[in-house]
Design a protein. Sequence first.
Lengths: 357, 269
Amino acid sequence: MTVLEAAAPPLSRRRAGLGLVCVALGALLVLSVVVAIGLGAAVVPPGDTARYLWSAVTGGRIDAGEVTTYQIVWQIRTPRVLLAALVGAGLGAVGVAVQALVRNALADPFVLGVSSGASVGAVAVTVSGGLAAFGIYAVSAGAFLGALAASVLVFLVSASRGALAPLRLVLTGVALSFGFQALMSVLIYFGPDNEATSSVLYWTLGGFGAAQWGSLPVVAAVVALGLFVLLRQARSLDLLALGDESAASLGLDADRRRRLLLVLVSLVTGVLVAVSGAIAFVGLIVPHLVRMVVGATHRRVLAVAPLAGAVFMVWADLVARTLVAPRELPLGVITALVGVPVFLTLLRRKGYVFGGR
Amino acid sequence: MDLTLDGLTVVTDGRALVRELSLRVSSGQVVGLVGPNGSGKSTALRCVYRALRPTSGVVRVGADDLADLSARRGAQLVAALTQDGMVELDFTVEEVVALGRAPHLRGAQALGRRERELCARALEQLGIAHLARRGILGLSGGERQRVLVARALVQEPRILVLDEPTNHLDLRHQIELLSFLRGAGLTVLVVLHDLNLAAAACDRLAVLSEGRLVRSGTPAEVLTAELVEGVFGVRAEVVAHPLTGDPQLLYALTDTGKRPAPLPRSLTS
């Protein structure tokens, strides 16, 4: 026994690095948030930003001359930057889960047609003026319902022949996305005004311009719930990634677990899309980048991906609103500018394999 | 622990892949499942590791109906080496082997000290300890196969089923794997294509053709020239192995006999 104990190696070379990576990314996230809140049309030094935030949280006092700046920091920028961090964290984690669930390196949170469904919902509400009961959240509610409807439709169509095969799920999602886009075009074409067009642009490229304190708690709760469940299911995701046969032999009903987790990620994605539009590339790139650093095991990937996604999103949003200030670039433009080259570099890299050599 | 298939029938899309298959693997025995491509071997195995639910019939582990056990409990008793497609994620070898503990762990529970030792020992036993930190996607087919065997061992099952485990293995590793199975003390049901290897490695053989069991018994009882020609459509000479006495088939490429048309009545007992 003693020989064996001496021979038993630590289970992974990467374990030691995990805590370090998380702490470093966490610190970077806090720093990024403070810097991002300070920057914009009116630049606030990080020291002042931190002081304002501290006053707001603890109920401290602000000089009369600083009230305007304080309002900008606390009422406009803070919710926006926090929303960016939350959405980035959510998309990062959901991207990891979806890639394992459908066993596809190119899958992202929108693979089930969620983004185009949300766009249809948002445009439908904009054009028809429906869901008035939701007040200022009517369009978001429409987007959420559209996203859910799209996921349900994809589920039903791909599950019509029994088991929910991953590849069929992906192909159904892609096919139905085209359908939703056509539907959206029709809505715009026959829509009464330009409002629908700008609404579509907003939902397809994404952005945090509409961020408000009011919607943050819901988003935070949903993202937290999603992360909690996914972290608990990390080993199930490992098994699902091995394939359904192996998963079965290791005591996991792959089809059932996949359904449950897809419902969860659809809900989370629906909420994220409803508050920020369909921000491309984050949910696709972040999982790959994180795997390159901490390996493929989901317990580790899911610990790091939300932090990485949050940091990335905060900076992407900062660039989007400061690069050509006072105009704002659509967020999707920035994420694509970063995402496309990163992804292509990834594909060319030798040490990283997803889907064989 | 005994493994019993009782009247197992699997019908998919109106086609019977396995028909009324009854088979018993006694505790500690190694039983080989042989037969031509498409004869239902893999389908029968899939029912044992629960990737497939039989249309009718029962799989029993010990005295229990497998269908009455939870998926986790089933996987604590039965481990499998499957014919899965490609894994897409580049897990390290030790990560894959550690997943063998999955049926014994709850939620996000981490591996304990004993379980890590178990993994290390399995890596040693299969001669892949030096690969522990390598990514599985960079391994050769044979190395990957041994990783999967190690994973199955870590599962600490009572019954082990293997679907063509000698695929991708070179001669030495084929022999090592099969003699390892013989010495593992597990109840083993293994699908093999190489009849000579099967005759050498198995206590008993069961021959499937078109989803039916056409014969079962010791290798010497089962592997006759008549059966090999009837089931596989190959004319072969059966000789006794000069060292072990196991029946071994000799065949020539030029003399393949006729295709296995309908089975002779005498075989479909």
